[in-house]
Design a protein around this ligand. Structure first.
Ligand SMILES: [Zn+2]
Length: 461
């Protein structure tokens, strides 16, 4: 057993406790002791403040390639989407592996111990299958494994260019043609992943191993028709795995959906059997009152991605109303314009202050829970996300002697973290009891150098 002695640790609530010893056996926490003033002999010392591993519940790793390059000129979500397609067109399994490895490396440095990778770049640019139809997904899984973070590959079904519209040239590689062929490919992904792990391939990925799981996604009501939604939802429900969907990110999406079906995307998803406790709706920036109550009543998670939503001029989602209706909140870096889950968590509250002209809509502990336990649960790792006996030994240690956090008090630790910490304050990251980031650096990867080289190869938007 290894003991980690934390100078302070956040165990939930508003405050942090002094002298917390986390006993780890294998990859699990077996004991948590509070008020241990001196580190036990042989313990690993974690100064500063330690919190559970952060969950990035919504990510598209490849979008890291055009950070900072899509900020010129006027436009909307829809013009940005064309730039995104241009970058996606240049991906292949080799360069995506390198880019995803670097991007997940950046996440690790930011304290992310689990990522929900919403994956839809499946096939060659013209839509033909690679020799291995899951070559792209396998590359992404292998990238996370090499970085050492947990991944749920949330494989997205994406079949149409818009409601009743053919796929555009840039969208062809996202589609399996039919929902049934999506099922066949994802079934094969589950099987292939186990086989790759057994064969010891360098791009090993295992669904039975300790760091990889597979989930499902309905890309959106734009890209998947109601009868196709039901096929994907059925697959996820049968296997009891996470099911995600982009929901009401843009008013135009709602309008198109209402015009075609007389229903909002959330109502359609409900009729398709998608809603429930394993369901996560991404964004939900423009829900109706009925949508809000449906999501809340189902006990679904709503994953907000505020740094992306502000970047893409999506709007401000009604976070506290969704929460009051019964939805859990989680956060994601989505477009990778920013990889900093503290920033995502505080933006939920700060954006809502701007919209409502009122402070204190969400308390800090709830926001930190969104970035930890709720997010881990949403991506299918309910045993992560808290420093408790029996949980996975995934935790993140922040320095509090730097300029941003110097002077914080244990009594208001959650608020200090949410409203003042940044990814740059993360010093050590432990996954399954092992360091993947130590003293501010990844243990085996030069992340900045790999970002530079992998993005250089793919080019920007
Ligand atoms: Zn997204």
């Amino acid at each position: 057993m290894t003991d980690f002695w934390c100078e302070h640790a956040w165990l939930g609530g508003e405050e942090a406790y002094a002298g917390v010893v986390i006993g780890v056996e294998g990859e699990r926490i077996v004991t948590v002791r509070v008020g241990v003033e001196e580190a036990p002999e042989g313990a690993v010392l974690l100064s500063g403040l330690t919190i559970p591993g952060l969950a990035n519940a919504h990510s598209h790793a490849f979008q890291r390639a055009f950070r900072g390059k899509t900020e010129v000129g006027r436009g909307t979500f829809w013009t940005w989407r064309e730039q995104m397609y241009a970058a996606a067109a240049r991906l292949d399994p080799d360069n995506y592996f390198a880019l995803a490895r670097a991007t997940f490396g950046e996440m690790a440095l930011a304290g992310v111990t689990g990522v929900g990778e919403f994956h839809y770049v499946h096939h060659a640019p013209d839509g033909t299958l690679y020799a291995d139809p899951n070559a792209m997904g396998a590359a992404v899984i292998a990238a996370a494994a090499e970085v050492g973070i947990r991944i749920t590959l949330i494989d997205a079904c994406y079949l149409h260019g818009g409601i009743g519209e053919d796929l555009s040239a840039g969208q062809r590689r996202f589609s399996d043609g039919t929902a049934e062929r999506w099922v066949e490919r994802v079934d094969a992904l589950v099987d292939d992943a186990s086989r790759r792990a057994d064969s010891g391939s360098s791009r090993s990925a295992s669904t039975t191993g300790s760091t990889v799981r597979i989930g499902a996604a309905i890309h959106s009501a734009r890209a998947v028709a109601p009868e196709e939604m039901a096929v994907v939802a059925g697959w996820a429900n049968e296997r009891e795995v996470p099911l995600h969907a982009h929901v009401s990110e843009q008013p135009a999406e709602n309008e198109a959906c209402l015009a075609a079906y007389g229903r909002t995307p959330t109502v359609l998803l409900g009729e398709a059997g998608a809603l429930g406790e394993r369901f996560t709706a991404i964004h939900v920036t423009h829900p109706t009152d009925v949508d809000r109550d449906l999501l809340g009543g189902a006990g679904a998670t709503v994953c907000l991605c505020p740094t992306t939503e502000r970047n893409l001029a999506d709007g401000i989602g009604p976070a506290s109303e969704l929460r009051r209706a019964g939805a859990r909140l989680a956060v994601g870096s989505d477009s990778q314009a920013v990889i900093d889950l503290f920033e995502e968590a505080r933006a939920i509250e700060l954006d809502e202050r701007l919209a409502r002209l009122e402070r204190g809509n969400q308390d800090a502990a709830a926001l930190l829970e969104a970035a930890t336990a709720n997010g881990q649960r949403a991506i299918g790792w309910p045993e992560a996300g808290a420093i408790e006996r029996g949980r996975l030994a995934d935790f993140v240690n922040l320095a509090v002697d730097g300029v941003r956090l110097a002077g914080i008090a244990p009594e208001t630790a959650a608020a200090s973290l949410v409203f003042a910490a940044t990814a740059a304050d993360v010093t050590n990251v432990i996954v399954g009891g092992k360091f993947i980031v130590r003293d501010g650096a990844h243990v085996s990867i030069d992340v900045a150098a790999e970002l530079r080289s992998s993005i250089g190869e793919i080019g920007g938007a």
